[in-house]
Design a protein around this ligand. Structure first.
Ligand code: KIV
Ligand code: ZN
Length: 512
């Protein structure tokens, strides 16, 4: 019988450490629910001690997720671990993931601790964590640059203390597949109690080898857990991409001979959701989830695929959740049809009031856009989920004038805490004029880090989805807006980002 490969998703923790990818609690819950639909085995929901915002998000996720284990990261100290345990209390299945650096460089320069102190702290942390749950993971940070003899001693000791998963971290993406896989193999061979733990790989993509290193850790090293993120999101060059690991193991079952619990048809939805919430676009030629991943442009390829699909396709687009743009609803569609489509798409709104509000948005859109695709419905729901009654700034209307040789002018009406406000400004272009108009009233003092526009579906009648990333006082937030008029979408995105900056409960991007 084939072994199972555990998929541990850390989009909400390591992925979120990517500057600019910080998410609100509600956004994290939406992603966690999609990860549960994807049937990942473990969701690392955050790092409880890093901020009150992270703590609350983990607690909320622990309360709603039933099928996946929910995990919190913690440094190897009692305060962090107790905080993780408190956040995880509502979870049906919980894991505490504790870590400490073991490489000479990190111990000496970062921790300023001797190897023996690190050893004692690692043991004490695992012992303490076992008091809260019998599912405890230990990571030697910068493991791949650690001394193998020391690593063997530490890992043997933490397994003795009750660590059930050992996660061999290539923290700085320094590994190369053969060496990384063999180092893990050596650890497992030399550590006498290595069979008492599940071995895991955790790789960063600094040299573009995170997926290759992880797979070498599985094949050569015998790892049975892979830590990964949707779209490979993560600090610097990112983490191992979940979709690539899953599809490699599934497509090459002949080679890996491993079973997965993942529902691969949910991959594209997860990718789109993470990209939409973080504003990190997926490159078109990205494996599995890029827009061109299954597109055949060359005549020879098209001809081959038409004759026999497997001439040029090793995976089926529909197996990872790609669907042809389908016109699903129109302006005559009623509330029941809308609600049913939400259910079919796995989109959950929290109350009937939210369904009604989303339905009204859909009706407004259908009045302006004759064909409504699934992607439009997803955008409508996302709009509703990120706004609602909690909006301090709310878009009302906009008129805009552009003419060759003239400076564009934008007039924006929006409400501030329920009071309507009119403003007007010029700019280099229509979006610049719109942002200038809003700023003439708000004077937020924030810096615009990113402005990106993306067509949600194909064709010029597509809605434009705009991301605005703003930074102020060390906080970075993303605002998203969708509309067939990209200037309106930009105004909505800008106001949505201002709403996040205005909300006091959000947190700083947690950096380790
Ligand atoms: O990259 C790393 O070392 C980590 C650990 C906390 C597992 O993210
Ligand atoms: Zn990491």
């Amino acid at each position: 019988m084939a072994d199972k490969l555990i998929i541990f998703d850390t989009t909400l923790r390591d992925g979120e450490q990517s500057p600019g990818a910080s998410m609100t609690k509600d956004e994290k819950i939406r992603i966690a629910k999609q990860l549960e639909r994807l049937r990942v085995d473990v969701i690392e929901a955050g790092f409880a001690a890093s901020s009150p915002g992270d703590f609350e998000a983990i607690k909320a996720i622990a309360g709603v997720i039933k099928d996946s284990t929910v995990c919190s990261l913690s440094r190897a100290n009692e305060k962090d671990i107790a905080r993780a345990a408190e956040a995880l209390a509502p979870a049906s299945r919980k894991r505490i993931h504790t870590f400490i650096a073991t490489s000479p460089l990190h111990m000496e320069k970062k921790l300023r601790m001797t190897p023996e102190q690190v050893m004692e702290q690692a043991k004490a942390a695992v012992r303490f964590a076992r008091g809260f749950t019998d599912d405890v993971e230990f990571s030697p940070e910068d493991g791949s640059r650690s001394d193998i003899d020391f690593l063997c001693r530490v890992l043997e000791a933490v397994i003795k203390e009750g660590a059930t998963t050992i996660n061999f971290a290539d923290t700085v993406g320094y590994g190369v597949p053969e060496l990384y896989g063999n180092m893990l193999k050596t650890l497992r061979e030399r550590i006498p109690n290595s069979d008492k733990a599940i071995w895991s790989v955790h790789c960063h993509n600094d040299l573009g080898m995170a997926v290759a290193n992880s797979l070498a850790g599985v094949k050569i090293g015998g790892a049975r857990q892979v830590e990964c993120t949707i779209n490979g999101l993560g600090e610097r060059a990112g983490n191992t991409a979940l979709e690539e690991i899953v599809m490699a193991v599934k497509t090459r079952k002949d080679y890996f001979n491993l079973d997965l619990g993942i529902d691969t048809t949910q991959i594209v939805a997860a990718s789109k959701l993470v990209s939409q919430i973080t504003g990190f676009a997926v490159q078109p030629n990205k494996s599995v989830v890029g827009a061109n991943a299954f597109a055949h442009a060359s005549g020879i390829h098209q001809d081959g695929v038409l004759k026999a699909r497997d001439t040029y396709e090793i995976m089926r687009a529909e197996d990872v959740g790609w669907t042809a743009n389908k016109i699903v609803l129109g302006k005559l569609s009623g509330r029941n049809a809308f609600k049913q489509r939400l259910e079919e798409l796995g989109l959950q709104l929290n109350s009937e009031a939210e369904v009604n509000a989303a339905f009204n948005r859909f009706k407004e859109l259908a009045d302006r856009k004759s064909e409504i695709f699934d992607e439009d419905i997803i955008a409508v729901v996302a709009d509703e989920q990120q706004s609602g009654d909690k909006e301090y700034y709310r878009f009302v209307s906009l008129s805009q004038h552009s003419e060759t040789g003239e400076r564009p002018v934008s007039r924006v009406v929006f409400s501030i805490d329920g009071h309507e406000s009119n403003c007007e400004a010029q700019g280099n272009g229509p979006v610049d004029a719109t942002v200038n108009a809003i700023e003439s009233k708000v004077a937020s003092g924030c810096e615009l880090l990113l402005f990106s526009v993306n067509a949600i579906t194909t064709g010029t009648q597509s809605q434009g989805e705009v991301t605005m990333r703003l930074s102020k006082g060390g906080r970075i937030v993303n605002g998203i807006g969708a509309d067939p008029d990209i200037v309106v979408a930009s105004a909505k995105a800008y106001l949505s980002a201002l709403n996040k900056l205005h909300s006091k409960v959000e947190k700083l991007n947690p950096q380790l």
